[in-house]
Every structure is written in C-alpha cells, then in structure tokens.
Design a protein around this ligand. Structure first.
Ligand SMILES: C[S@@+](CC[C@H](N)C(=O)[O-])C[C@H]1O[C@@H](n2cnc3c(N)ncnc32)[C@H](O)[C@@H]1O
Length: 257
C-alpha cells in the first residue's frame, strides 16, 4: 500500500464539515457512530487520505490525515492548555526543532508537551515536571494516544525542588507562580538557552520579567498574540463575528552566565 493509503490502526480525521469532525483510530471490523449515521472502518481501510466514504445514511465524510493541532484540540483537558496560536509563537522564538532537549513545568494536560515532543523527535526529548498526580496521568494518556510518549519523560515533582537535567536547550514554565521556578530552570539550562513562560495575567508577566532580569537573563520581552479569523466568501469577506479574546502573555528570555 502507498504511504497515503489508510491502514488498520491509523489515526484518521473523519471530516463532515467545518467544526464537525471525529478523530478515530481505524480498527478492522469496527464502526464509528455519528449523528449523521455510522461508518464501517473496513470501508476506509485501503482508501487514500483525502478521499471520502459514505455513512449508513448516505452522508459524505472526507478522510483526512490529522495534524498535531487536530490532536491537541481533542485532548482531555482538566487544566488550562496552551492554544495553537501561542504554540506557534513559542516554537518560532525558542527554536524548537529536532534534537533539542526541553525542560518544562507544569505538564498540565500535556498539550504543550505533545506539541514540543512532536517537534524535537526523533532524537530530542522533553523532560516535564508536574506536581499533581492526576494531571500527570491525564497528560500521559493524551501523549500515549497520539504516539508521542516515547519522546517525553514525565516526573511527578514540585519543580521548585530542582530539575534533574543539565544543559537543556529550552525551558518552558507554565504555572501560576512562574517566578518561583526561575532558579530551578536557570540551573537546568545551558548558557544562552531559551526560556519561555506563559502568563494568563499582566501582573504575572510583570512579576516574572522582574525575576528574570534579577536572575541575569538577557533579552527579556513579552508578547500577546491576537488572532482573528476571516470569513472569506466571494464579494463579502469580513472578520468572523466571534474571536478568542484572550489566552496568555508569553515572556521570552535567554540565560546569561
Ligand atoms: C496551566 S497548567 C499547564 C498546562 C500545559 N502547559 C498544557 O498545555 O496542557 C499548570 C500546571 O502546572 C502545575 N504546577 C503548578 N505549580 C507547579 C510546580 N511548582 N511544580 C510542578 N508543577 C506545577 C499545575 O498542577 C498544573 O497542572
């Protein structure tokens, strides 16, 4: 079978229309039920990604290869997560790429962890620290489901007590009181290593900036990314009526030695 053909055990995005799609794992003999009828997995095996299948009620579903954003938006989310618009910014400015060693806290639902693992694989690694067992377990399940757990080491620990890694390329802090973790993450980073923190409020961004400067970090700056979707239709294109008003402020810095 060609690379673009769908096999047993593949993950497939069953797409009915925008905002109506199902992420499924193909299993010989199984069915997926939707409000628009059920779909036999046997009818999908061997088809090309991009082609279509009909449900029991005659509705057409397109068979799409899921991207990392499709996975993340369907994760179990017991905590706040970092959204795709901010993930892209973090990747660009920290230089997330294959082979990089990343340290992170907290793991939360593992959305940012999974995004980073997907970029640093196959020979990079993410070491992530989470204080709460129940969140760590959800994150591990999420990572397992999308086949990224092999590129992540999860540790249940208060990151204030220190990080067991040295010479990491990139450090990420996404906790309510990020200034309490700067010392731990500075010790884990290599000289000039990149650090990014995610702060829901301006007060947090202000406090983490002061702490990073105090601890000798260089090139400390904060950004808020505002994203607005367009409804593009011939002759009447305009911004969407709804938009995400606020997610987080991201503060970047580099370790000075
Ligand atoms: C906002 S969530 C992180 C969300 C994550 N970035 C994601 O995209 O799924 C913050 C997490 O940090 C954890 N946390 C808070 N303080 C911590 C600490 N000192 N050490 C380790 N984890 C901590 C919390 O339990 C929570 O799960």
């Amino acid at each position: 079978m060609s690379d673009s053909a769908i096999n047993d055990n593949d993950l497939v995005l069953l797409y009915l229309k925008q905002h109506k799609s199902w992420l499924i794992r193909i299993k010989k003999g199984e069915k997926t039920h939707t409000h628009a009828g059920f779909i036999e997995h046997n009818a999908i095996i061997g088809k090309e990604f991009g082609s279509s299948v009909e449900s029991s009620t005659g509705k057409t579903f397109r068979l799409l290869k899921p991207t990392i954003a499709d996975f993340l938006m369907r994760f179990s989310r017991p905590t706040q997560v970092v959204y795709p618009k901010d993930l892209g910014m973090i990747a660009a400015w920290t230089g997330l790429s294959p082979g990089k060693i990343v340290v992170e806290s907290g793991t939360g639902s593992g959305a940012l962890t999974a995004f980073m693992a997907n970029l640093v694989r196959p020979n990079g690694h993410v070491y992530t620290y989470e204080i709460r067992e129940e969140f760590m377990e959800v994150a591990k399940k999420n990572l397992q489901k999308v086949g990224l757990l092999d590129y992540v080491t999860t540790t249940k620990k208060d990151a204030k007590e220190g990080i067991d890694i040295k010479d990491a390329d990139i450090a990420i802090i996404d906790v309510g009181d990020p200034w309490t973790l700067v010392e731990s993450f500075k010790n884990a980073l290599k000289g000039s290593g990149m650090l990014a923190t995610i702060s829901p409020t301006m007060n947090q961004a202000e406090k983490i900036t002061a702490e990073l400067l105090e601890k000798g970090f260089i090139d400390v700056w904060t950004v808020e990314l505002i994203s607005r979707e367009l409804e593009a239709r011939t002759g009447m294109t305009r911004p969407s009526m709804r938009m995400i008003g606020h997610t987080a402020y991201i503060t970047f810095a580099r370790k000075g030695v």
